[in-house]
Unconditional design. Structure first.
Length: 133
């Protein structure tokens, strides 16, 4: 993914304005400078401590925060919970997390952001917040 992101930045003449860091953001946040735009694309459902991830992301974001989470519907809930049960049964290291997405949205707004965009597909829900100045 990092190679693809670098390719997009190079194509658009933005390579000198971007920095790529591989690792657990919550552990590296103190060493990462603030950013105009933060994108958490299909990340929040892969991280157990949602509050820590989102709050640290908010703390580094000066402009827009975009994120996607699984659409709240029966199909997704069954898929996620089924994957989690299978992961436990087969002792996989990774499994997704079904968080309280409404509480996450409220938390972002309480931290000084306003919801500017919201759209859904059958599988994913996209949100874009802007820091209130």
């Amino acid at each position: 993914m990092l190679d693809q992101a670098r390719g997009f930045a190079a194509r658009d003449g933005l390579l000198d304005r971007a920095r790529y860091v591989k690792g657990d953001f919550t552990q590296l946040a103190d060493s990462i400078e603030d950013t105009d735009i933060t994108v958490l694309d299909k990340v929040v459902c892969c991280y157990e401590n949602l509050d820590d991830l989102v709050l640290k992301s908010i703390g580094k974001t000066t402009g827009l925060l975009a994120l996607t989470h699984p659409q709240e519907n029966l199909l997704n809930e069954i898929l996620f919970k089924g994957h989690k049960a299978l992961a436990r049964l087969l002792k996989w290291d990774f499994h997704p997390f079904w968080h309280d997405w409404s509480a996450m949205k409220e938390m972002v707004c309480r931290q000084g952001f306003a919801l500017r965009y919201e759209r859904s597909t059958i599988l994913w829900h996209a949100l874009v917040f802007e820091r209130i100045r």
